[in-house]
Design a protein. Sequence first.
Length: 333
Amino acid sequence: MRASVIREFDRPWRIEELPDPVPAAGQVLIRIHASGLCGTDVHVHHGYLPVSAPLVAGHEPVGEVVQVGDGVAWPAVGDRVGVSWIQRGCGTCRHCAADRATFCDDAQTWMDLGGGNAELMLAWADGCTALPDGLAYELAAPTFCAGFTVLAGLRAGQPLPGERVAVLGLGGLGHLAIQYAKALGHETLALTSSDEKCDDARELGADDAATVGDHPGRALEDAGGADVVLCTSNSALQVSQVVTGMNPRGRLVNVGFLDGPVVLDMNDMLYTHARVLAVTPSDRRDLVDALAMVADGRVAPIVETFALEDHNRARERLQAGRVRYRAVLLHAT
């Protein structure tokens, strides 16, 4: 099989021919049709994650099952699936016993079996989720990370009917967060860095948009506040500041990896009964619902597609902040 291989960190990725993997018991082999790239892939490129080179990255893979190992009842050969970051837990710890494999210390991920930036990928059957009929691979791929993440974050904030949701940051996550918030029926405000992105936010369905200037909290307050603020920005300073613009009993939900520590004025928060949460996706129901909303057209990821051979150009555009809004590698037809 052809694969995008990281031989050395901070060096160009290479297309190489690798042996076709063979699924063990409980595993499946997937012919990958598309795999998304996100900021985490840039972190992998730099060696920031606990991985060793050489490796094949790619944590937003979707494709068709072509072989199954012993003991696999589902999926079957021919099924269209995607693979989550965490595929299964150890099965014996207290987290696994409570059906919370996300928190298992020995959870299995693409870092253990190899990622989806290849023509073929091994995965544990437990980590696979079916794709809705008719959903295009290039739209399904980013839903397995970005879509899953923002819908999990929105639900963690528990917005009530009539409450307003603000989305801080309009990038790969934020452009989907606006759409999911609207699909769930909430008045939605976008907080972003430029007038141009404000226009994008309105086109994506936001009821209103505002530029954050030098203090997103003041910008949010001037725009009427919000009950839930979903933070998709990587700026710790912006996340720290935006709290001051929330309505009483407001909930700040952070879903992005930040560039530093968040500093909050707990005295002010004490009087407003503010809550702060940090969320990574863990409930498969959120993924299933996120996929369904893309399949029925309520949410439309904006993607730039690249051939597998163009993996370095895709990564470079992503790292330079030039991708609008998600990058997806296309592998097979």
